[in-house]
Design a protein around this ligand. Structure first.
Ligand code: TRP
Length: 409
């Protein structure tokens, strides 16, 4: 169409056949009890598996045991992670970028996954991190008052900060507040906007003729933070490699970002993709804001946690104790076990539980107790940290500022 147009992977959001799982930024659906087939997704999206070789290299270079999310394949797919490790090995810089579409309801355990992982990566690599709060996205998609969407950003920022991010190395921003004060960010948005056609955005995101133009022009807003020149107060003029940890449903945004990167004269952002955190009712269903029994919220009390797990966590156990003792439980579909994979750090203990449950030695009630014993102190500790995050602390994280980044570090 125009000379400016760049080639964007024609790959649409989803694969061709209707038998497949649906994975888009707006909907994740699977017909299997074990959830989405992630091996297939890697093939469809054209990303790479996080394999043992990458994990060994990670451990060798950082001298740190990989995080349980990596060891257990919860972050299972990547793009260009070897490039990032090469840079780190050579003492060259990179930065982390992640984000969240803020919500009015309190956040739940699943929302913590990318942030817990980013906090760990930030500690291991000692690099700057930018966190985008897409209140603009939420305002457009949910037709919210802009003022309310901004408030949600501030509210969610407290839960994010409570994950323990280092103020000296972390910049958090609300799109609605920040972009208007940052010409460099806006200019990158325009560079991206002129490089992608409506046709391409339709192909990637599935927008239709009746969608508001705000939706159509939003993807470049999520792409812009992947280019270091959007943050001159952090990176000065340096062209710095970006690494984006995110759930794999966000990949369409970053396929687009990677396709326009050479045009902007920037390295393609690298990615670490996570699988989805399952709802209490099972991997086929979704956690839903309107049904508070599908998730454990960061505001839940110890009692609520206990009741929800006991009543609602989908069980891979057998119908009767006798049958269970004889046949054993199915950990692949059992949500208590699946959640323990996320949050129980001790590999040996997890393996004991897996063996015990699979052989029928451990009963469903006992398995649930293990999960409750992990979740209750975790949520309580989060609540205690969050209660200490004042509005003033949130503001400090949101001030555009020098994060001590130097190219010749
Ligand atoms: N669109 C994402 C959401 O709705 C928010 C987001 C913005 C994001 N930038 C990101 C997520 C970068 C991961 C990485 O949650």
């Amino acid at each position: 169409m125009t000379a400016e147009e760049v080639k964007v992977q024609s790959l649409s959001l989803n694969g061709a056949t209707n038998e497949e799982d649906v994975v888009t930024p707006w909907s994740v659906e699977s017909k299997n009890d074990t959830g989405v087939d992630y091996e297939k997704l890697i093939q469809r999206f054209g990303s790479s598996k996080i394999d043992d070789e990458l994990l060994l290299r990670f451990e060798k270079i950082t001298s740190k045991k990989p995080h349980q999310f990596l060891r257990r394949g919860i972050f299972f797919s990547h793009r260009d992670m070897h490039t990032v490790l090469n840079l780190y090995e050579q003492g060259k810089p990179f930065y982390l970028y992640t984000g969240r579409g803020p919500s009015s309801e309190s956040m739940h355990m699943g929302h913590l996954v990318p942030f817990l992982f980013c906090k760990w990566l930030q500690d291991v690599f000692n690099v700057p991190l930018v966190i985008q709060l897409t209140d603009d996205e939420k305002a457009i998609w949910k037709n919210l008052k802009l003022e309310d969407a901004i408030k949600m950003s501030y509210n969610n920022a407290k839960d994010i900060i409570a994950c323990g991010f280092n103020l000296d190395k972390t910049f958090i921003f609300s799109d609605l507040e920040h972009i208007g004060n940052n010409p460099a960010f806006y200019q990158n948005m325009i560079r991206i906007q002129r490089s992608v056609t409506f046709n391409q955005v339709k192909g990637i995101f599935g927008f239709g003729d009746s969608d508001p133009v705000g939706k159509i022009s939003f993807p470049p807003t999520q792409a812009a933070p992947a280019f270091s020149s959007s943050f001159p107060f952090i990176f000065k003029n340096a062209k710095v490699q970006c690494l984006i940890p995110c759930a794999i449903d966000q990949d369409p945004y970053f396929r687009m970002s990677r396709d326009v990167a050479p045009k902007l004269g920037f390295p393609k952002p690298a990615l670490l993709h996570s699988s989805f955190f399952p709802a209490l009712q099972g991997s086929k269903t979704k956690m839903s804001a309107s049904d508070s029994n599908t998730a454990i919220f960061l505001t839940d009390t110890a009692k609520q946690i206990k009741n929800k797990v006991n009543k609602h966590a989908f069980s891979g156990g057998q119908a009767t104790v006798e049958e269970h003792r004889q046949l054993g439980g199915n950990c692949d579909i059992d949500i208590s076990y699946q959640w323990l994979r996320f949050f129980l750090e001790d590999d040996e203990k997890l393996e004991q539980i897996r063996k015990g449950y699979s052989s029928g030695e451990i009963l469903t009630g006992e398995l649930k107790k293990h999960l409750i014993d992990i979740l209750q102190p975790m949520v309580l500790a989060h609540q205690e940290r969050r209660s200490k995050i004042t509005d003033d602390i949130v503001k400090q994280f949101m001030v555009p500022r020098d994060l001590g980044f130097r190219t010749n570090k």
